[in-house]
Design a protein around this ligand. Structure first.
Ligand code: B1M
Length: 210
C-alpha cells in the first residue's frame, strides 16, 4: 500500500508507531502536511467515528485512533508554522466544559500559530470562569471555542454570557467550531465567527481583526 493508505490504516487500527512511520514516509515522498491531514488523517477519524456510530467500533478504538493521529501530528506541527515575524493577534482557545475532544482544537491552535497569531491553548473541559480569566489575563483579541458533542455545544452560549457579564464582550471577538457546530448555531448564540475546518478558522480570524 502507498504511504497515504498506510496512514489511513494506521489510524483505523490505532497504531501510533505505524502512523508516525507512514507519515514520515509520505513526507519523504513529497506529500504536503496539509494534504496528509485533510486527505488521510481527518478522513480516517471520520471512518472511525462512522464505525463507532454503527456499533462496529467502541470507545477504546476512538481513543487509540486519536492517539495515533496525535502522535503523527506532532511530526507535522513544525511544518504548519509559517514565517510570520509580527503578531497578528492574541487568541485564547479551549474545548468547552464536559467535552474531552481536543484533536481538532489543537489543529486550529497550530494553524493559527503558524499564521502569526499568539495562542494560549487552555485545554479541554474548560468551564466559563476559566475562559473569562484567560481572556482577561492574556489580553485576547479572539476567543475560540471548540465542541464535538451536541450535548456540550450549547455550553458555548454560557461562556458568551459569562464574557458579557465580565464586561469583556466588546474587547474580544468570539469564534466557535467543531463538528456539530454550524453557522446558524454560531449566529444564534451570538458568536462573531464560525468555521468548519482549521484553514478556514485562520481566514475568519484574520477577517475578524481586519
Ligand atoms: Co468521540 N464522539 N466521544 N471521542 N469522537 C465523536 C465526536 C462522534 C461524532 C462519534 C460518532 O458517534 N460518530 C460522537 C458525537 C456524537 C454527537 O454528539 N453528535 C462522539 C461520542 C458520542 C463520544 C463519547 C460520548 C463516547 C462515549 O463515551 N460513549 C465520548 C465523550 C467524551 C467527552 O468528550 N465527554 C467520546 C470520546 C472520545 C475519545 C476521548 C475516545 C476520542 C477523543 C480523543 C481526543 O480528542 N484526544 C474521540 C474521538 C477520537 C472521536 C472521533 C472519532 C474523532 C474526533 C476527531 O478528533 N476528529 C469523532 C468522530 C468524528 O469526528 N468523525 C467522535 C478529527 C478532528 C481533526 O476533527 O475535531 O471535527 P474535528 O475538528 C475539525 C473541525 O471540526 C474544526 O476544525 C478541525 C480541523 O479541520 N474545528 C474548529 C474543531 N474545533 C474548532 C474550533 C474552532 C474552529 C474550527 O474555533 C473557532
Amino acid at each position: 500500500p502507498s504511504s497515504a493508505d498506510a496512514i489511513f490504516d494506521a489510524i483505523l487500527k490505532g497504531k501510533a508507531d505505524q502512523c508516525v512511520e507512514a507519515t514520515r514516509a509520505a513526507l519523504a515522498e513529497g506529500a504536503a502536511p496539509q494534504d496528509i491531514i485533510n486527505g488521510q488523517m481527518i478522513r480516517a477519524m471520520g471512518e472511525v467515528g462512522q464505525r463507532f456510530q454503527d456499533g462496529k467500533a467502541f470507545v477504546p478504538q476512538l481513543l487509540m485512533a486519536g492517539r495515533a493521529m496525535k502522535a503523527a501530528l506532532e511530526l507535522l506541527k513544525p511544518m504548519l508554522a509559517g514565517s510570520a515575524s509580527t503578531t497578528i493577534g492574541r487568541v485564547v482557545i479551549g474545548t468547552v466544559k464536559g467535552d474531552l475532544h481536543d484533536i481538532g482544537k489543537n489543529l486550529v491552535a497550530s494553524m493559527l500559530e503558524g499564521s502569526g497569531f499568539e495562542v494560549d491553548n487552555i485545554g479541554i473541559d474548560v468551564p466559563s470562569d476559566k475562559f473569562v480569566e484567560a481572556v482577561k489575563s492574556y489580553h485576547a483579541d479572539i476567543l475560540c471555542m471548540s465542541a464535538l458533542l451536541t450535548t456540550t455545544m450549547t455550553y458555548m452560549k454560557d461562556v458568551i454570557r459569562a464574557i458579557e457579564d465580565a464586561g469583556l464582550r466588546d474587547k474580544v471577538k468570539i469564534m466557535v467550531g467543531g463538528a456539530p457546530v454550524s453557522q446558524a448555531f454560531a449566529e444564534e448564540i451570538g458568536a462573531d465567527g464560525y468555521s468548519d475546518n482549521a484553514n478556514e478558522a485562520v481566514k475568519v480570524a484574520k477577517i475578524l481583526l481586519g
